[in-house]
Design a protein around this ligand. Structure first.
Ligand code: MG
Length: 360
């Protein structure tokens, strides 16, 4: 950062540093050219003498650090030169020191500064004052150039920084877009997976677990019962005279009854219990951590609730009943055995006049 700051001491150093500072001397007098060249050379300036303003315009370039300009010259005088020279923007920072023998009026001197002169020295001049003035102007010119360079560099840095910021913003936007896209895609996949899983494990008509799913859960719960030695009860349910309902009122009524019954059972069981459709009008309920005595209470309640419920269809209001086979898991038996026993219990309930439960 230090090199980008132009300090007073730096200007001072620039002023004192005359070496390789190039000064153009424009004067029609060979004597003056010789004199000024010598004075400046003694101060280590690189002095370039030229005896006409027209020639000066031809050779001037940005390597010059100052111009010493005579006013009275044939062909093109100093004022004319100054007007043309100050019209050239690329040289605007090169100082022009007017050196004249003519005694100008106060207004004329003001005019000379107005046109673009940086200083005004009359002949004859004091050597040390003259060189001191040239040094100050050259030093200021160099400091101006330093400032200009610094400004340019800062502008470039600022531009680079803005570019970097813009790039960062664009990248961040893209990352954000990509993240949102990925999130959306993931959500869709998850939804799809859920839908797939749901349709693979649920009965389309009633929305309860299908046969495959309820049997898988039963197997899982049996393993759990074995492992932690806890009881498990199983209910096998069948709707009484369901065939008759279908035959009398049609399958749409039958389907509606099935849905209503499933909702009712779902509302009647506990959170931990699992309910699934085993086949046509047959259902299974798994009661984990429940022995047969506890299961009996739940089963009686269920029978009553269904018996008392009014099933509404668009054709008729119906009362239905169910029969239930209840059994408890016996340690180390297979899934087939417990289902078989629940089936037998259900068969017995049907044989005993239906709308009841039997325990096996
Ligand atoms: Mg002259």
């Amino acid at each position: 950062m230090n090199e980008t700051i132009i300090t007073t001491s730096k200007i001072r150093r620039n002023i004192l540093k005359t070496e390789n500072s190039k000064v153009l001397i424009i004067d029609d007098s060979e004597d003056i050219l010789f004199l000024v060249k010598n004075i400046l050379s003694l101060e280590s300036f690189l002095a370039v003498p030229v005896n006409s303003a027209i020639k000066a315009l031809e050779i001037i370039d940005n390597t010059f650090d100052a111009i010493i300009l005579d006013l009275m010259m044939p062909e093109m005088n100093g004022i004319e030169f100054l007007k043309i020279f100050r019209g050239k923007k690329e040289f605007s920072h090169i100082p022009v020191i007017v050196l004249t023998a003519k005694l100008n009026t106060e207004e004329e001197i003001a005019k000379i500064f107005e046109i673009g002169a940086n200083d005004y020295v009359t002949k004859p001049f004091l050597k040390s004052e003259f060189t001191a003035r040239i040094k100050v102007h050259v030093g200021l010119k160099k400091s101006t150039e330093d400032l200009y360079r610094t400004n340019k560099m800062l502008k470039r840095k600022y531009k680079d920084l803005q570019k970097a910021i813009k790039r960062e913003e664009t990248l961040n936007e893209k990352i954000l877009e990509r993240t949102v896209e990925l999130k959306d895609a993931n959500e869709k996949i998850e939804e799809l997976n859920k839908a797939l899983e749901y349709s693979a494990t649920h009965d389309a008509l009633t929305g309860i677990l299908n046969r495959g799913a309820i049997l898988a859960f039963l197997e899982n719960d049996i393993r759990r019962s074995k492992r932690i030695k806890t009881s498990l009860s199983l209910l096998m349910i069948d709707i009484d005279f369901f065939k008759k309902i279908n035959d009398t009122y049609g399958h749409l009524v039958g389907d509606s009854i099935l849905k209503q019954l499933c909702n009712l059972i779902r509302d009647s069981i506990r959170e931990i219990d699992l309910f699934g459709r085993y086949g046509g009008e047959e259902f299974i309920i798994i009661l984990p951590d429940t022995n047969v005595e506890q299961a009996k209470i739940l089963t009686s309640r269920l029978l009553t609730r269904i018996r008392e419920h009014n099933f509404l269809t668009n054709k008729i209001n119906l009362k239905i009943t169910i029969s239930i086979g209840l059994t408890e898991y016996i340690l180390d038996e297979s899934i087939d055995l417990i289902i078989e026993r629940a089936d037998m219990a259900l068969y017995e309930a049907k044989q005993s006049g239906r709308d009841c439960m039997k325990i096996h």
